[in-house]
Design a binder for this molecule. Sequence first.
Ligand code: PMP
Length: 351
Amino acid sequence: MLEWKVNVRETIPYVPGEQPQEGNIIKLNTNENPYPPAPKVASMAEQMDTDKFRLYPDPDVGMLTDKLAEYHGVNSNQVFVGVGSDDVLAMAFLTFFNSDKPILFPDITYSFYKVWAGLFKIPYSNPSLNRDFTINIQDYMVPNGGIVITNPNAPTSLYEPLSSIEDIVKANPCSVVIVDEAYIDFGGESALSLIEKYDNVLVVRTFSKSRSMAGMRIGYAVGNEELINALKSVKLSYNSYTMNMPSIILGTESVEDEQYFQSTLAKIVNTRENVKEQLEAIGFSVLESATNFLFATHERVSAESIFNDLRKKGIYVRYFKTPRIDNYIRITIGTDEEMAIFMEEITKLVK
Ligand code: PMP
């Protein structure tokens, strides 16, 4: 065999949700926000000075970092910004998970963690969630090389009380505990309040869901200054100009528009609770969601067939053919109009 083929870095890549390019579909499969980004983002996009694109962007992403620090009431040296939270998480895995002991994350959670662990050759172990998909915190009280918890979890949509997260952080002073809060704006109390108390917790956030900016690729981490410096060193050893200029500028505008942000969140939460009730009325069990999606299973009709039949009607939801959750569909919350069509079609499928 050719030597490069022997030495090639083999990976089993993450499988992102479908991004169909044709119009006229109802897209409820990748937890995007159905509402546009804040109006301030649109007006800044129109005013943007494209001549500036000649220049490299700020490698420290100063403007957006400062804005986020102000927003969360922390120092700028406690914030690290990256190209979506996937970039921030990947960088955090590379930076902090370098032990012979396995890192820990639940058997059912964001499926990218396994992929990064594989890519970076990090040993890992996956404690099983309880039958009701909650975490057993004792599973995280064992020797480990680091911990990642998604809260609220995906794809289950469940929120773990902050006290459980704190117990895990407290019990593991020698490990970095990453709390992936991609969905926290839709429900639950953030672990950001733990940052002043514990120097081993890193909270990761994204603009892709609650801020309607998945296409701009903005994510960030907040933590103790030493953790943030370690992340910055690794990033600057890899690629210094990761954040493009429009994302930095438009992301900053989004944070300015708190009122719009809050009103969009409230609309989505309201739609979520209405749809949950309607699904329950036609025989679905739906987990208590603290996110912008629902995780549901039907008493009679298989999730895989519902997924396929909805798809034929141009309605995309997410289905994971994975043990323990292969009879569930994950439904992103769209607009009220989209969800009305969704309900009409799914009702026909389970009649
Ligand atoms: N974490 C979780 C739990 C997610 O569901 C996602 C979205 N796929 C991400 C991180 C990554 O989001 P992004 O890179 O768009 O910030």
